[in-house]
Write a protein that binds this ligand. Sequence first.
Ligand code: C5P
Length: 400
Amino acid sequence: MLNGKKILVGITGGISAYKTASLIRLLVKAGAEVKAVMSGAAKEFVSPLTIATLSKNPVYTDFFNPENGEWHSHVKLGIWADLYIIAPATANTIAKIAHGIADNLLLTTVLSARCKVMVAPAMDLDMYQNAVTQQNIATLRNRGFLFSEAQEGELASGLSGKGRMAEPEDILQNVEQYFAQNQDFKGRKILITAGPTREKIDPVRFVSNYSTGKMGYAIAECLAERGAEVILVSGPVDLKPRHSNINLVSVESAKEMYQACVEHFPKCHAAIMSAAVADYAPKIIAPKKIKKNGESEMTLTLVPNPDIAAALGKIKTENQVFAGFALETENEFANAQKKLESKNFDFIVLNSLKDRGAGFGYDTNKISIVFRNGNTENFDLKPKTEVAKDIAQCLLQLLK
Ligand code: C5P
C-alpha cells in the first residue's frame, strides 16, 4: 500500500514517543522507506538505536555528527520525503512550527519540506485545550498541515481527557488515505513517447539506438500513480508498464510512432516526448534478407523520418502542455533552446552525455529544465523515478 513512498518521521519529546516505534514498524511493513529525525528531548523518551533499528536507517538528531563533523542537511531530508509525519508533536513543537522557529533539525526540516507535513499532537488535556495551543493548531491547519487528531483517554499525567497521541494504526490509516488521495493529475490525459524506434533494413535487421525507455516509463508510472490516464506510445523495450492507468501502445518504427501520436494527441491535455526517435530510416526495406554480394562496401540510403514532436507542436492548442527531451553532446543550452522553439515545446528536459550517470541505460539522470521564457532549473543526479517527479511538478504547474 505504501510501496516506494518515502516517509520522514519526526519525533519530539513526549511520553508517547514509545508509540512512534510501533508506527515506524507499521510504515516499514506497509512498504514505505522510513527515515527519522528526533528532537533533543525525544532522545530522553526513546532511544535513537530503537528508532534506527526499526526504520532500517540512521536516525538524524543533530545538524552535525559530533564525532566526524558530517553535516545532516535538512534541505536534503525535506526534498527526499514524500510525507513528513511529526509524532508525537508536543505543544512546544507545534507552537514553534506555527511561528517559523527552526532551532533544531526536526523543525528546520519542516521549513524545507516540499511535501505535506502531518502532525500528531500529544500532550496533557489542559495544554491541549489551552487557547494558545488551539490557536497554533488552527494556524497549522490553515497552512495546509495534515493532522492525525489527538484522542480522548487516559493520559500519562493520570488525568483523563483529550490529548493522547493517535494510535499508530490510526496514523497509518491517515497516511494511506493521504497517498490514495494524492491524485493531482486526476482527470488529465497525458501522452508519453518512450524508448527507441527500429527502422527496418530487411526482415532480420534494423537501425536503432541505445534508448532503454527507462525515463519515459518512469514518467508514465509517476503520472499514472498520481491519477493521470496515460497513453504510453513505446518503441521496443524490455520494460512493462505496471500501473493500470497506463494504456500501452506498442510501436516499432518512427512512422508507426508518428501515426499513434497524431491519433492520440488531440484528446490529451499534455504530451511528453521522451522517445529517442530515429531521425532517418532506410529508403527501401528489402523484402528478403540482404545477402553478401562479394563487394567490399555496401551503401544504405537513409531518408528522413517524420519529426513527431515538430508535427505535434504544429497541432498543439493553447490549452495543451507540450514538452520534450534534448540529449546533447555540445552547446547543450543553446541547442535545447533552439529545439524548444522549433518544436513549439513549453519546456524541454535537457540531459547531457557529458554528465556521468545520465542518459541512456542508466537508472539515474541529471537534468536541466529549460522554459519558454529562457528560465532554467538545474537538478542533481538522481534516480529516474525521482527525475520523473521533478518533470511531473513542472507539468502540473503549467497545466494549472
Ligand atoms: O531533434 P531531436 O531529435 O534532438 O529532438 C529531441 C526531441 O524530439 C525529443 O523530445 C524526441 O522525443 C523528439 N523527436 C520526435 N520525433 C523525431 C525526433 C525527435 O518526436 N523524429
